[in-house]
Design a protein around this ligand. Structure first.
Ligand code: PEP
Ligand code: MG
Length: 607
């Protein structure tokens, strides 16, 4: 049901104005809290807007060469998509296969490319302008064909436009969906949103995001929470029901989007927005108060950082440093790898902003759902049948050591500017830490020989504990690593065999599952025995209800979504460590997830 935006024609006595559509409420996963009232902006028909650019005669050859490069890149991208088809359900494969074949054909000796090359030479147009104008001309000619199969013609025209969009995007090196053009205050509606797409969103611009797919601890959800954008995922039927311009109300806490909201729904959302603003003001007052329990135990509350745009939120939340700097942002939405200088500048800016506070930089965690365009092209690795179990994180870095060396070198060069630590993702065996350390020390020696200023003592090198294997081998990994950061997002995913970004299994994703908690306990105790620093940097630590359990398990350092810091601080300022330890003992005696939820949620409740 594709619904038109409500019409506002005045109507007459005989022809009363059309009745406004009934409100439609769709439920999903509330992955980022807050209300929004706005108009739907549906991305499926996104148009890449480019200026009409003319060129001089001597530029013609260079423009044709640019076009050729973009064609080759587009062919590789389409071939890659084709290679992935096997992993999709049969019907999806049947539907997408012929489409990708049509794309591949258009990237061969096609009318589109011949026409675009001609326009470059004859009309003196830049390659992207030529592609766009030729595609529009072809699409118009297709639509002008007489016949009954209007839908078939529209499909062919859409295919031409689609491949032109890909070429233009490759020519202008912009993200696939230019979400920077989303109108102010819009509610972005999409089938799915990749982390790379989400990283291009402007928080002040997009009022909310709703998608059909996605899971609460997937990377896109994490980014949206970090940016403070209310979001609902896993909304089945959304893209069919919502059309561009429809009015909607989003409740990111309850997990719903209401199309054509009634006056009561809008009034309730306005109340919600006002309450939210009051709560923010109240929580901001906590900023300067210590993160300390009632019995005086200090807890380190740091922030996870996805993209530099979040830095002001960290400052506002009073984060005591960055416990997890996900460096993937440097590699997203680009065709070439960031070189050492680019990385140096990016790290320096963040370290200097954080001043005295520690900054834990995690080296690139590529793989799984974090399929970045830059690496897609620059690291020609087949994704493999199961990317989450393949060359992800440290595994890739130890295979393509030049990536690790560049990143280590960039971090080491700015390490003297602050309190820096380095973190390795997806460690499963102690040897990975040892190998990474050899490379780390080799890079440091090389930099010193070159006369670079490095701290006398190299920054500590830690390991993420985010697989069951790493958790159960934590005692051995602890002998190689300088600190642990427990990544409960992946730990829950790998322990429970539940994809963290998959809607259909989201109900099974549970960091309070006893299996996950036992693994965490094992890793925490391995670290504490050696008096080695250990923190949790998964999303669960940002839930105030889980904080008593985490403290009870012995943790005193949490790294969380910056926007969650005030609420977590408020919760822990009312806790007593002995009570937390008692809760943890009771929880760890349980083997039934439902009982654990009851204990955790009931903690502190009267009676
Ligand atoms: C985790 O897995 O818990 C984690 C913090 O890493 P990421 O979410 O970046 O995979
Ligand atoms: Mg992880």
């Amino acid at each position: 049901m594709k619904t038109e935006a409500a019409k506002t024609e005045a109507g007459t006595a005989e022809n009363p104005p059309p009745k406004p559509p009934e409100e439609v409420r769709l439920g999903g996963l509330g992955v980022s809290g807050g209300f929004a009232i706005g108009q739907v902006y549906d991305t499926s028909e996104e148009v890449v807007e480019i200026a009409h650019r003319a060129i001089a005669a001597e530029e013609v050859e260079a423009e044709r060469a640019r076009l050729q490069d973009a064609v080759l890149l587009s062919r590789r991208q389409v071939a890659k998509l084709r290679a992935r088809l096997g992993a999709l359900p049969e019907e999806a494969e049947e539907e997408l296969g012929p489409l990708l074949d049509a794309y591949a054909q258009m990237l061969g000796n096609s009318r589109l490319l011949r026409g675009a090359r001609k326009r470059i030479g004859e009309e003196m147009l830049a390659a992207e302008t030529a592609v766009q104008e030729e595609a529009e001309a072809i699409a118009a000619a297709i639509m002008a064909v007489k016949g009954d199969d209007k839908a078939g013609l529209a499909r062919r025209a859409a295919e031409v436009r689609e491949i032109a969009r890909r070429l233009v995007r490759n020519l202008t090196a912009t993200p696939f969906r230019s979400l920077r053009n989303v109108p102010q205050g819009a509610i972005l509606v999409a089938e799915t949103l990749t982390p790379a797409d989400a990283a291009t969103l402007e928080p002040g611009r997009v009022a909310a995001v709703c998608t059909e797919e996605g899971g609460a601890d997937g990377h896109t959800a994490i980014l949206l929470r970090a940016l403070g954008i209310p979001a609902v995922m896993g909304c089945h039927g959304l893209t069919g029901a919502a059309a561009r311009g429809d009015q909607a109300v989003v409740d990111g806490t309850a997990g719903s989007i209401t199309l054509f909201p009634s006056a009561e729904t809008i009034a309730a959302a306005r109340d919600g927005l006002a309450a939210q603003a009051r709560e923010r003001t109240r929580l901001n007052k906590l900023r300067r108060l210590p993160a300390q329990t009632t019995d005086g135990e200090l807890v380190e509350l740091q922030a996870n950082l996805e993209i530099p745009a979040e830095l002001p939120v960290l400052e506002q939340a009073g984060a005591q440093g960055i416990g997890l700097l996900r460096t993937e942002f440097l590699f997203m939405n680009r065709q070439e790898l960031p070189d050492e200088e680019t990385q140096v500048e990016a790290y320096r800016a963040i370290i200097e902003t954080m001043g005295e506070h520690p900054v834990t930089i995690r080296v690139l965690d590529w793989g799984g759902e974090k399929d970045m365009e830059a690496l897609g092209e620059a690291v020609p690795l087949a994704p493999g049948p199961n990317p989450a179990l393949g060359l992800r994180g440290i595994r890739l870095l130890l295979k393509r050591t030049e990536l690790l060396e560049t990143q280590f070198a960039a971090i080491l060069r700015v390490a003297h500017a602050g309190d820096v630590r380095i973190l390795l993702p997806m460690v499963t065996v102690p040897a990975e830490v040892a190998q990474a350390r050899d490379i780390y020390e080799k890079v440091a020696r090389r930099l010193r020989r070159r006369g670079e200023t490095l701290p006398d003592k190299l920054p500590p090198l830690g390991a993420m504990i985010e697989t069951p294997g790493a958790a159960l081998a934590a005692d051995a990994i602890a002998l190689e690593a300088d600190f642990f950061a427990i990544g409960t997002n992946d730990l829950a995913m790998y322990t429970l065999a539940v994809d963290r970004s998959e809607t259909d299994v989201a109900h099974l994703y549970d960091p309070l599952h006893p299996a996950v908690l036992r693994l965490m306990q094992f890793a925490i105790e391995a670290a504490l025995r050696l008096r080695m620093p250990v923190s949790v940097c998964g999303e669960m630590a940002g839930n105030p209800a889980f904080v008593p359990l985490l403290l009870g398990l012995g943790l005193r350092s949490l790294s969380i979504n910056a926007s969650a810091i005030p609420r977590v601080k408020q919760a822990l300022r009312g806790l007593d460590i002995d009570d937390c330890a008692r809760l943890a003992r009771r929880v760890m005696e349980q083997s039934d997830p439902a009982q654990i939820h009851e204990l955790v949620n009931g903690f502190g409740a009267p009676g």
